[in-house]
Design a protein around this ligand. Structure first.
Ligand code: 9MR
Length: 550
């Protein structure tokens, strides 16, 4: 077919905001013009010239042309037509084009709740029995202390499953939980009336904070109340088979206290203490308890500054490691949040001592989160010069991302080093830096680049997939997500962002291409490109909230 011979025209399969820069990527055919057809009337709504032939080394030797139809701002449904190429998928131009996508990305967390039944009322066809009550979780020998000896057990229910597996990991919960709270903090009026149809919908608390509470309640009990240290993870010894949650019943353990987990926990608890303070009526005592938990965790980390987590291939524990040897960013982030919470100078000094800079965040690098919190919450705690060191660092980071964006012929804020396991979350976390810089020093190009990241996620990328399940005309379906695989329903659980293209091939699957930007496999086999994770969805929620509020 024509499609197979010359490839596809790639668009954001959801569509574009009316005022946005609008690009499609067209195969490098001879045609010089493109038409945009209004699908309702069948008439040509816009005609433009294709760019000259371009290339991006991350795509190997495939070249392409760009179609720029930014000037088309009229609301409607459209498709892009080029002679010699199949028509693009249909896309919308509308101010609400990312609204349902936002709600879907947030609702995904509900589907990954541990310790509860998903009822048909809220989960529809994805209803399932409760899994992992986590009422009898055992202390693994490397987690034992005098107060909590090995093999004793206690309860740590709730929380979200980390990803396609059923583990609950503090390091990964840290950045995920924070990012969702930041979305609420930065866009409170957007969240005020937002109903994502979860069991708590309709109560006095915004749904996003109800959903986050499900994870906070678990995180809180991951702290040993006797010393303030926090367990790195709560998992089985090995990954379970591809079964539903209630069928994965192997013994679960609290595994080793670590400095990274304890500091991420401190940062999240300090953030939660301030974010939930206005909701004392709904959650009595929580804000104060979180404050105490954060301080106790910080103190433990001062006394235990280098308890890193690692697993050898021969270890008895084979679940995710989230091992991180570089902890100055964790110290900086926790210090920033504790400074905002308490106003105490010792935390500001502790932040500065780490000599970190703003930039793209990830589970292993959380310094940027500290900068975001300080820029948004510490204006009145700092003098002008101090505050400027924070905002300058964010602007510097964004400006270097802008260079990447402008140098990239595909016009996305993605460099060749940005293809790694979970790289789609990196793209969204870079968009976050750009949007923070836009608050400090407004510049249209920051917004263009951030929206280009959204385009990439929903289909304007070399794979032609929308990387989010259930959204777009050609979404990922074969995600590495145990419930989606085992539930017998063809369509995967919706709203989940796949990790994305890169050519690490850690899973040994057969990939369609070696080129990093095209090395993506929409199949269960590919846990390195097609797994989902709570820390990848979180910046998706944040960015979609942000672009809904541009
Ligand atoms: O997101 C993690 C990625 O940065 C690592 O390269 C990868 C291999 O260690 O692990 C990823 O995290 C996985 C975790 O260890 C276990 N649950 C699923 C996570 C997503 O694949």
């Amino acid at each position: 077919s024509a499609k197979a011979e010359v490839g596809f025209t790639k668009v954001n399969q959801l569509g574009y905001l009316p005022a946005a820069k609008k690009l499609a990527v067209v195969p490098a055919v001879a045609a010089a013009k493109f038409d945009i057809i209004d699908v309702t009337s069948g008439k040509v709504a816009f005609t433009g010239s294709l760019s000259d032939v371009k290339s991006w080394s991350a795509m190997g030797d495939e070249s392409f042309k760009l179609a720029d139809f930014s000037a088309l701002q009229a609301e409607g449904s459209y498709r892009l037509v080029v002679q010699g190429v199949s028509d693009s998928y249909t896309f919308d131009i509308s101010p609400s084009v990312y609204s349902q996508a936002h709600d879907g990305a947030l609702k995904a967390y509900y589907y990954n709740r541990a310790s509860t039944e998903l009822t048909e009322q809220y989960a529809g066809v994805y209803a399932r029995p409760a899994g992992h009550p986590d009422t009898d979780v055992r202390i693994f020998d490397n987690a034992a202390s005098a107060a909590r000896p090995a093999d004793t057990s206690f309860a740590a229910p709730k929380g979200w499953y980390d990803a396609g597996d059923y583990g609950k990991y503090i390091v990964n919960s840290g950045i995920s939980t924070y990012t969702l709270m930041a979305a609420y903090e930065h866009f409170p009026s957007f969240y005020k009336q937002r109903d994502i149809d979860i069991p708590e919908s309709g109560d006095a608390v915004p749904d996003i904070l109800d959903e986050v509470m499900w994870n906070l309640e678990w995180m809180q009990v991951m702290q040993d109340p006797n010393d303030g240290g926090v367990y790195h993870k709560l998992t089985t010894l090995n990954f379970s088979g591809a079964v539903m949650p209630h069928e994965a019943t192997a013994q679960r353990y609290f595994i080793k206290k670590s400095t990274a987990a304890t500091l991420d926990f401190a940062a999240v608890m300090a953030t939660a203490s301030r974010v939930y303070a206005p909701f004392e009526g709904a959650f009595p005592g929580k804000s104060a308890a979180y404050r105490q938990a954060a301080i106790a965790a910080w103190e433990w980390a001062q006394a235990n500054p280098s308890e890193t987590y690692s697993q050898t291939p021969l270890s008895k524990v084979q679940t995710g490691a989230y091992g991180d040897k570089k902890l100055n960013d964790e110290f900086a982030w926790a210090a920033a949040e504790l400074f905002i919470l308490t106003g105490e100078q010792k935390y500001w000094q502790a932040f500065n001592k780490q000599k970190v800079q703003a930039g793209e965040s990830s589970w292993a690098n959380v310094a940027g989160l500290g900068f975001i919190s300080l820029a948004n919450n510490a204006r009145s705690l700092l003098n002008e010069a101090q505050y400027k060191t924070v905002t300058d660092s964010i602007v510097r980071a964004a400006d270097s991302l802008l260079v990447t964006y402008k140098e990239n012929a595909y016009q996305v804020p993605i460099g060749n080093k940005d293809f790694f396991w979970g790289g789609n979350s990196g793209t969204l976390n870079r968009a976050w830096v750009l949007l923070e810089a836009n608050k400090i020093k407004p510049q249209q190009e920051y917004i263009d680049a951030a929206l280009a990241a959204v385009d990439y996620i929903y289909g304007r990328n070399p794979t032609n997939y929308s990387f989010v399940t259930g959204f777009g005309d050609n979404p990922a379906v074969g995600i590495h997500h145990r419930p989606s695989y085992a539930d017998g329903i063809k369509a995967p659980v919706p709203g989940w962002l796949a990790g994305g293209a890169h050519n690490g091939k850690q899973d040994g699957c057969e990939y369609p291409s070696d080129a990093p930007a095209k090395s993506y496999l929409d199949d269960w086999c590919s846990y390195s490109t097609n797994e989902i994770a709570i820390n990848w969805n979180a910046p998706l929620v944040y960015i979609l909230a942000a672009v809904n509020n541009l």
